[in-house]
Design a protein around this ligand. Structure first.
Ligand code: ATP
Length: 527
């Protein structure tokens, strides 16, 4: 989190969200119909950015490793899988509702508050003879006008009026009493209203399979997976038997997961549909703790390689008592988002819990046979589980910058620039002919576009002054721009013919480079 004030951080987040929409990174899903809460669509540049992240993750964790194999499991999940894993019975958050605004809140995320609670037993309306009997309370903080609490209570009771012509102001409150409360979470911090008792709210999206399925047929129930991990555990034996791998080895998967989050918020950070990048790394029990530490280091290095520096990451070693009961070690890797320090990835040593529950649930052996020792064992597992959307958001927040620069005429201006690492930048190079009405310049620029586009995402632009074109690319984080000018087409002699100006985004430095060297130069930097 930047050291700036909360207001500045909110303003920064607003700028980031607006740039994401304006330049085509991220849009609200179904925006023209008012938006689908907790769902997001990645626009042309967001789709590239996300793909680059996923491809680099896959390359580092699957392609470049002999001991990790890939999987692409189904999203629709058999109910037995999620019953065995404990998700059907237990994958829930405590939830409560505001009695006044009907807002739904996560009970465990409400900040404790202290103040005076005003309690009432009901309200009446003398003129019409109407009355209601119901216990209700409002929390007044120190310094609040006590009439504010009464006003809130009248609004609450007014909901029960059948005659909507009656003004809440004319209601009489019944049975008022006050109570000093400390550190309570029973009231909505937004408006002081009493909340309902917390109830467990299952986060899974349930669906029904098959054309003939009717609501009473329990066997047609399936779920959208709440994590990618379960298909890895369920296919453990098939992967093992078909690939003949030896412990320790991992299975990796990137894919969509779904959670009916009570309170989706902070842009894409907490969504209802999101993508995960998960590895289940199976090992012998004695190696679990050591491998968990090794994975932590490896994952921190990965973030550095994509442009998120170590200084902006925090490692939380989850203490005893707060970890899942089967986990002997869990680390959270957190990032300093403008809205707070929040989790990007969890790395958990999960013992043999997952394979154990599926062995029990399915009645099929999940054991591994060690050829050398002739011993059978249920492998333990270390799970590095990263959020793809959260990492994309961290990349965007990390890259966003506003710099004061001086133009050629000595005038100061603000340059909005995304300092994406070339590796994950959505567009690798902008290609500009100096003038659009000079066919030789345009032809040459188009030729360079054809030369590079099979290898990387390029963007051809011939409109506006060169300076403007640079700025547009800075704003979306394009690391390099190439300009084809009169030297390129040999109008000023042979010496600079077939060379172009290559401009680097961060330093804004320009150098001359032969077209023949462009591809290699760029590939070296974006790989
Ligand atoms: P949180 O505590 O933030 O809800 P979690 O601990 O439940 O997250 P895990 O079940 O460990 O998350 O999932 C692994 C990763 O998946 C998280 O570190 C995060 O990056 C990502 N993730 C989980 N829930 C969401 C969500 N609702 N939206 C976006 N990403 C998510």
């Amino acid at each position: 989190m930047s050291d700036a004030s909360p207001e500045k951080n909110t303003a920064l987040m607003e700028k980031i969200v607006s740039l994401c929409k304006r330049r085509g990174f991220i849009f609200q899903s179904a925006e023209i119909y008012g938006g689908l809460n907790g769902c997001w669509d990645y626009g042309p540049l967001g789709a590239e950015l996300k793909r680059n992240l996923k491809e680099y993750w896959w390359r580092k964790n699957v392609q470049e490793r002999e001991d990790i194999l890939g999987l692409d499991g189904s999203i629709l999940t058999h109910q037995a899988v999620l019953k065995a894993s404990g998700h059907v019975g237990g994958f829930s958050d405590p939830m409560c509702d505001c009695l006044l605004s009907k807002a739904r809140l996560r009970a465990d995320q409400i900040e404790p508050q202290s103040g005076t609670a005003y309690w009432f037993t009901g309200a009446s309306h003398a003129e019409s003879g109407w009355s209601v009997e119901r216990e209700y309370g409002v929390l007044a903080m120190a310094g609040d006008d006590e009439n504010k609490a009464r006003k809130t209570a009248r609004q609450y009771y007014a909901q029960f009026l059948s005659d909507k012509q009656i003004s809440p102001k004319t209601l009489e409150l019944i049975g008022e009493r006050t109570e000093v409360v400390t550190e309570t979470t029973r009231f909505n911090p937004e408006n002081g209203s009493l909340l309902t008792e917390a109830r467990a709210f299952n986060l899974m999206f349930q669906t029904r399979m098959g054309a003939s399925s009717d609501d009473s047929d329990e066997s047609s129930i399936a779920y959208l997976r709440p994590e990618t991990a379960q298909s890895i555990f369920v296919q453990f034996k098939n992967v093992l038997d078909s690939s003949r791998v030896k412990l320790p080895f991992g299975i990796a998967q990137i894919g969509k997961s779904f959670r009916n989050e009570i309170n989706p918020r902070n842009f894409t950070f907490r969504s209802r549909e999101f993508e995960q990048m998960e590895i289940e790394f199976f090992c012998r029990p004695e190696d679990g703790l050591r491998l968990t530490d090794e994975w932590l280091e490896r994952r921190l290095t990965f973030y550095e390689e994509i442009g998120i520096p170590r200084e902006h990451l925090h490692v939380l070693d989850i203490p005893d008592g707060e970890r899942a009961f089967y986990s002997q070690k869990t680390y959270d890797i957190e990032y300093e988002f403008p809205f707070g320090i929040q989790e990007l990835e969890g790395i958990a040593y999960r013992s043999d819990y997952d394979l154990g529950v599926h062995q029990k649930g399915s009645g099929k052996s999940m054991e591994y046979f060690d050829e050398e020792t002739k011993e059978k064992l249920l492998p333990h597992v270390v799970e590095p589980s990263a959020g793809c959307d959260r990492t994309v958001l961290a990349l965007i927040c990390e890259a966003y910058d506003e710099e004061t620069v001086t133009d050629e005429k000595g005038k100061e201006e603000i340059r909005t620039v995304m300092h994406f690492s070339p590796r994950i930048a959505p567009i690798k190079v902008g290609i500009f002919p100096l003038l659009k009405n000079k066919p030789e310049l345009v032809d040459k620029a188009r030729e360079i576009q054809r030369l590079l586009s099979p290898f990387m995402n390029v963007f051809y632009d011939e409109t506006a002054a060169i300076g403007r074109r640079y700025r547009r690319q800075d704003e979306v984080g394009t690391p390099y721009c190439v300009t084809v000018d009169f030297d390129t087409i040999g109008e000023n002699g042979e010496e600079l013919k077939d060379t172009v100006t290559l401009r680097e985004r961060d330093s804004m430095k320009q150098e001359r480079i032969p077209i023949a060297k462009l591809r290699e130069f760029l590939l070296d930097r974006i790989h």
